[in-house]
Design a protein around this ligand. Structure first.
Ligand SMILES: Nc1ncnc2c1ncn2[C@@H]1O[C@H](COP(=O)(O)OP(=O)(O)OP(=O)(O)O)[C@@H](O)[C@H]1O
Ligand SMILES: [Mg+2]
Length: 459
């Protein structure tokens, strides 16, 4: 609705607003402010409230569209040129979406995103807003990666300038490294403060949706691994990616912790090399090999999203005089480890009450899937008994508190992966269908699994 008033014209509906004073205790409304509420007699409880009049509210209303009439085209995701990143995003970046990438300092966030921009810039407009490094520093990294000539770079920290540039340039993809360095001059607080980060994310969200720019924000993480700044940042964006890795290992793992356009279970594996981050298309080969006859090592098959992953799990059991023996886990949830040790003691006759138990997953990988339980238990059993597990064997299955094994999801996928990597025997919960070319040894309980895993070696 457009109304002409004098020489100036206002666009949009003009709402007539009614001011009321409403008691916060009993809800009595009065047209003017009173010290004492006429309803309940309380003092100082009347607060001003704004109400739109009925016809003003009607003029504000808009008629909704039926979802069936909304036109949307699927399948126009932008490939980042980094297959592992595409996989975690659910098949590429969705245009005009907002992605947050978090990770420890030095894990390789800038490197990963610069190589994605390099590939994108070959067919579309790509822009890097760098608040942390100067253009010269970025160009040094770009020289190491190669192929970044067409990537636009702007070393800028002023939020207003960044938003205006995005609206003017309208790149297909823009990386902001990092959101904590952006500064809105109209807010008093320092860059990186909660108010600044929230303002920056909110404004970038509007620009991303209006100008159709797929925006990737780099976020710092706090000591305990959460993205620094308000939680609201994670709610605002469409997708949150976590980049993890040990600085002492060359391997880095990228996971989605939130994704509005794809699965959150997908996992990307990278290796940091002199020429940047290189995707590892077959991580099982890298992480899933043990030395034959080694005591305390087992191969587990965990499923991350749609991707089965063979992992070597190592355990050490050593006698201790401590009143509270240690249970130390790297890559495994400590509570899960405590549970597995307890079930081993109670239902598989493996008393570990006076021993320290250490468990480590090879390659700095962290496993969250319960399907890896059986392999962890077998590694501990092997270490405790001092006997190696069967050669060329892998295991998967969830351990229940009763000592019974629960069927793991997508068993065929896991078996396929085992067969692909030359595994001969697989210990799996009973009910797992056999597969050609593999000896599937179906076991019902943890006790039976420990026996099957260890005794065959002796026999
Ligand atoms: N020439 C090189 N060869 C191998 N690895 C390198 C080389 N140069 C840098 N790196 C690796 O790259 C990592 C730094 O990557 P990058 O700057 O992308 O991290 P970041 O996550 O952006 O860090 P920050 O949070 O500090 O910005 C270093 O930890 C180092 O391991
Ligand atoms: Mg960086």
């Amino acid at each position: 609705m457009t109304k002409g008033v004098g020489s100036r014209s206002y666009t949009g509906p003009v709402a007539k607003v009614l001011v009321q004073h409403v008691c916060t205790e009993c809800g009595t409304a009065s047209p003017r402010w009173l010290g004492k509420c006429p309803g309940c007699g309380a003092f100082g409880t009347l607060a001003e409230e704004l109400h739109a009049t009925a016809d003003a509210a009607a003029s504000l209303a808009r008629s909704p569209t039926r979802l069936g009439d909304v036109s949307a085209s699927e399948g126009e995701r932008i490939s980042t040129g980094v297959p592992e990143l595409d996989r975690v995003l659910g098949g590429g970046i969705v245009p005009a979406s907002l992605v947050l990438v978090g990770g420890e300092p030095g894990v390789g966030k800038s490197t990963l995103l610069l190589s994605a921009l390099c590939a994108i810039s070959k067919s579309r407009k790509a822009l890097l807003i760098s608040g942390e490094e100067s253009a010269a520093q970025v160009s040094l990294r770009a020289a190491r990666l190669g192929g970044a000539e067409a990537v636009g770079i702007l070393a800028e920290t002023d939020l207003g300038t960044v938003c205006a540039t995005l609206e003017h340039e309208r790149p297909a993809v823009c990386v902001i490294d990092s959101v904590q360095t952006l500064h809105a001059s109209d807010l008093g607080s320092a860059p990186g403060s909660v108010a600044q980060v929230r303002e920056a994310a909110g404004r970038l969200l509007r620009v991303a949706k209006q100008a159709g720019v797929a925006t990737i924000l780099v976020g710092h993480v706090t000591k305990d691994g959460a993205v620094a700044g308000p939680r609201v940042l994670e709610h605002l964006v469409d997708c949150v990616l976590q980049f993890e890795g040990d600085r002492y290992h060359a391997h880095r793992i990228l996971r989605a912790t939130k994704n509005r356009f794809g699965s959150t279970n997908e996992l990307g594996v990278f290796e940091m090399t002199g020429a940047g981050l290189v995707g590892v298309p077959d991580p099982s080969e890298l992480f899933g090999s043990t030395h034959p006859g080694e005591v305390g090592a087992a191969v587990g098959c965990a499923l991350e999203g749609t991707r089965p992953l063979l992992l070597e799990i190592q355990a050490l059991v050593s006698p201790t005089d401590l009143a509270m023996p240690r249970r130390v886990a790297t890559g495994v949830d400590p509570k899960r480890l405590a549970m597995i040790v307890a079930v081993l003691g109670r239902h598989a006759g493996l008393a570990l009450g006076s021993a320290d138990v250490f468990v480590n997953v090879a390659g700095g990988v962290r496993i969250e899937e319960p399907g890896a339980d059986l392999a962890i238990a077998l590694a501990i059993a092997s270490a405790s008994r001092g006997a190696a597990l069967r050669e060329n064997a892998a295991a998967f299955g969830e351990i229940g508190l009763t000592g019974r094994l629960r069927a793991a999801s997508q068993a065929e996928r896991r078996l396929d992966e085992c067969a692909k990597l030359g595994i001969q025997t697989v210990l799996a919960p009973s009910g797992t269908a056999p597969r050609d070319g593999l000896r599937v040894s179906a076991v019902e309980t943890l006790r039976a699994a420990v026996q099957a895993g260890l005794d065959a070696q002796a026999g």
